[in-house]
Design a binder for this molecule. Structure first.
Ligand code: 6PG
Length: 223
C-alpha cells in the first residue's frame, strides 16, 4: 500500500481541480464522490478542461434515491459538470432496483475497469465513499461494489465501491476541508490503518495516494 502524499494548501479546491483536469485531459476511468466538498472542484475542473469526451465517470458511491433527487450523487456530478463542452460518459448506479441488485449490477459493469482516478471525500467519522466505520463491507475482498446501509445523513441505503476496487485505482485523491475533519484526517493519514477509519484503508495499491487538505483540516497531522 502506497504512502499518502499529503498536500496542505490554502486553496485545496484549486489544487484538486488542477489534478482532476489533468487526469481528464489524459482520458480514462474516473470515480467521483458526493458530499459538499467536491462540487466546486468539479465545477472548476470543468472550466479548466471542458472536454471530458475521453472520460467515463463512475460514482464512488451513490445514495439509493431517484437520479433527479437532490440527494443523488449522480445529480451533483451531472450538475457540476454541466459547463463542459463535451460531457463525460456517465455511469450511474441503477437506483430503480433494490440496493443489493443495484450493487450487483454495478459490480458487473465495473468488470475489467481499472480506475485512473478515484476522488474521495473524508467524513468526520473517518468514512470514505459509503464505507463506514466497522461496516461488514470493509471486509469485502472480491466484489467491486456492494450495498451499504445508511451511515450518515441522508439516512438512505447506498451502493459503494469497495476497498479493493478503490485500491486498484492508479491514483486515489482525497479532498479534505475544514477543522471538523482534522481528527479524521489524523486517523486516516497518520495512524495505522484500521477498520474504525475506513479512509485509512483506501490507498492505491500500486499507484499514488494523495491527500489535499486546507490548513484547518491538516492541523493534527504534525507537519
Ligand atoms: C457521500 C459521499 C461521502 C462524502 C463524505 C464527505 O455520498 O456522502 O461520497 O463519502 O465524500 O461524507 O462529505 P463532505 O465533503 O460533504 O464533507
Amino acid at each position: 500500500m502506497t504512502e499518502v502524499e499529503v498536500v496542505v494548501v490554502d486553496d485545496p479546491v484549486r489544487a484538486a481541480a488542477d489534478y482532476l483536469a489533468t487526469t481528464v485531459a489524459r482520458g480514462g476511468e474516473i470515480a467521483l464522490s458526493g458530499g459538499s466538498s467536491p462540487r466546486p472542484v468539479y465545477e472548476l475542473a470543468a472550466k479548466l478542461e471542458p472536454d471530458w469526451s475521453d472520460v467515463r465517470v463512475w460514482l464512488g458511491d451513490e445514495r439509493c434515491v431517484p437520479p433527479d433527487d437532490e440527494r443523488a450523487n449522480v445529480r451533483l456530478v451531472r450538475e457540476s459538470l454541466s459547463s463542459t463542452s463535451h460531457p463525460p460518459e456517465l455511469q450511474p448506479v441503477d437506483t430503480s432496483i433494490s440496493p443489493a441488485d443495484a450493487a450487483a449490477a454495478y459490480d458487473v459493469e465495473l468488470g475489467g475497469v481499472t480506475l485512473d482516478l478515484a476522488l474521495q471525500g473524508l467524513g468526520p467519522d473517518g468514512h470514505t465513499a459509503s464505507l463506514f466505520p466497522g461496516a461488514p463491507s470493509l471486509g469485502e475482498t472480491r466484489r467491486r461494489a456492494v450495498a451499504a446501509p445508511a451511515g450518515l445523513e441522508p439516512w438512505v441505503e447506498r451502493v459503494t465501491m469497495t476497498v479493493p476496487f478503490l485500491g486498484a485505482a492508479r491514483q486515489v485523491l482525497y479532498l479534505v476541508l475544514g477543522e471538523g475533519k482534522a481528527e479524521a484526517a489524523r486517523r486516516a493519514f497518520v495512524e495505522s490503518p484500521s477498520p474504525s477509519t475506513p479512509a485509512s484503508l483506501v490507498r492505491s495499491a500500486a499507484g499514488r495516494t494523495i491527500a489535499i487538505l486546507d490548513p484547518p483540516a491538516a492541523r493534527l497531522l504534525g507537519r
